[in-house]
Design a protein around this ligand. Sequence first.
Ligand code: PRP
Ligand code: URA
Length: 212
Amino acid sequence: MKLQSLKIIDHPVAKAYLTKIRDRNTSHFEFSQFVERLSMLLAYEASSGLKTKSKKIHTPLAPYKGVEIKQEIILLPILRAGLGLLGGFSRLFPDAKISHLGIYRDEETLLPVKYYFKFPELKNSRNASVFILDPMLATGGSMNFAINEVKIKGIRTIVVCSLVSAPEGVNEVLKLHPDIKIYTCSLDKKLNDKGYIIPGLGDAGDRLFGTH
Ligand code: PRP
Ligand code: URA
């Protein structure tokens, strides 16, 4: 595992929120609230590599040479569970364009099945940064599928944002895409024989939307 490509958010508030959403006694309403709060911390960390360009402004008292973000930001939640992270990221990037990618994992084969993709038209895809949002990085199949779809659009800067990751999934993503960076709140122990992350938090989509 290339350690410089993986950043684990080591923040006391993030750890406490993550414990809240792992807890099986947390209701789905509270689950979605804490996922949104946690996603704000994740968004802050995951955007630390963005580039800036200088911007001249005037404060009420004097001219000031400041900065603005250079890249165009695209937020791409993987449906459904990725929607839980969108609120926090949108607060940090209210002008971001939002791309939706619908993928579900076949429960037998664990392979990703695509059912929807909408990506914005960009004037300059080389100046864009895409943040792929999905709370769970398990086998890595869904994330690798998403990264491929985004690369086909000519995007070079891709940041993977997850709440809980399995070593198997992180390895799989970095093996195929050594050029991308993964931000996660936890690198858990392993996958079980059904492809669920242990200790994990269960099925993120079901817990988020109360469908279990
Ligand atoms: C979950 C999760 C990821 C995927 C991770 O989605 O949100 O997209 O599984 O598993 P992988 O790394 O093994 O591909 P799921 O298929 O349950 O769909 P949902 O979000 O619609 O519930
Ligand atoms: N998808 C989930 O929602 N949870 C897991 O643990 C693995 C895949």
